[in-house]
Design a binder for this molecule. Sequence first.
Ligand code: FAD
Length: 446
Amino acid sequence: MEDHVTPRRVVIIGGGFAGLFAARALRHAPVAVTLVDRRAHHLFQPLLYQCASGILSEGQIAQPLRAVLRRHQNVRCLLADATDVDVKARLVHARRPEGGSVAVPYDDLIVAVGMRQSYFGHDEFAAHAPGMKTLDDALEIRRRLYRAFEMAESATDAEERRQWLTFALVGGGPTGVELAGQIREIAGHTLDREFRTIDPLQARVLLFEGSDKVLGPFGEPLAGRAARTLRDLGVELRLGTRVTDLDAHGLTVKDNEGTTTRYAARTVLWTAGVEAPPIAAALARATGATQDRAGRIAVEPDLTVPGHPEIRVVGDVMGLHRLPGLAEVAMQTGAYAGRAVRHSVEGRAKKPKPFKYIDLGSAAYICRGRAVVKAGPLHLSGVSGWLAWLFIHIAFLTGFRSRLGAVLSWSVSFASGARRERAFTLPDTANPPERPHGAPAVSPQR
Ligand SMILES: Cc1cc2nc3c(=O)[nH]c(=O)nc-3n(C[C@H](O)[C@H](O)[C@H](O)COP(=O)(O)OP(=O)(O)OC[C@H]3O[C@@H](n4cnc5c(N)ncnc54)[C@H](O)[C@@H]3O)c2cc1C
């Protein structure tokens, strides 16, 4: 008679880099994996700004999780937003997108929910200054960038036109730097000879950063070189400034001397901070785990939650040794957690060695032919940094088709400045959304 054994149930919350690498490490393990994500796709966040600025399409940076994991027979994908964890009953509670909830049982839980944008207690800023964390954010930023030039073209008032041609970026980390470079490139190359009233080159790009340098974690000399490249491109750096107010018409900042300045800008983009999503606080409440100021969950050296060897936290939301929020950290911690579960299921008695991060470096793209890369003692900038950046991103994009598509799009964009993905949508003001789809725009006959 056959021996039917119920496979151990592993639930992974989050299909970003960490969750995906955990699932991949479990591919040949005798376990039943449920991957719960509030989105149906795996998103390559490092290239979000290229989607926002029109170089790459949504499909080139986001792959359906089901497609990515189609050969993983032991993985089931579930589109749902995890809201709570019942550690006694070992259940993950999740909300389905169109209503209703599910409770997913687990024997092992891997939490890989990443971080979301933080407005440092000013959530009201979000309506006027989208962040850059999701595909929706990238498409919203694309809409705002290209809409601004259109609005400037049709403005009849010089002051209004000036405001539409002023772009303010909050946060001088890699994303802020990348976006600033992209906007200057769009103004200088992509939109060349397309407008009749405005000169897109007149677009002002202001970059606000609280510390005294952009790309601070890259250290000198790379941070200094990045600042010089940005200034050469025409980006105005406002270092040592903090945003105190923000609305649809601009922002107010305070500098280190206490001077307050108001800048009129119709496009403000926010890349300044991150915080853990609410499920992290729910997990901390349920397990008694501690969280740092941004909400990251403190874990043991083997990435388990203290007192809960069945729960592992990986990726950006994990607080261990102040590791940076990098894709490589997420991949390595995810793979480590997956392997740890596999070894335990396979009955390997030895306790896993503590997680050790292998630092492969970090990179930031500034503009065509200019990027900075830091990998151990290796510091690259300018063209060599850009070539290294290209190689890294081609190597890590998920799927051969995405890689090929991205290489083609980059070739077009780098050779000519053209961007193929500039389409954006606007609300149809003539037909308000209350009208049922397909209903006539005029009142029916009396
Ligand atoms: C714009 C940008 C540029 C970046 N550039 C670089 C770079 O150049 N190099 C680099 O190394 N790193 C870069 N990073 C950082 C890198 O992308 C992250 O470190 C990495 O994505 C973290 O992976 P993760 O799996 O922990 O989280 P994420 O990739 O954020 O994935 C988290 C997943 O969890 C899901 N989720 C969240 N909450 C729930 C919930 N309650 N229920 C269900 N699912 C949930 C989300 O939908 C998402 O799919 C960048 C990040 C951004 C935003």
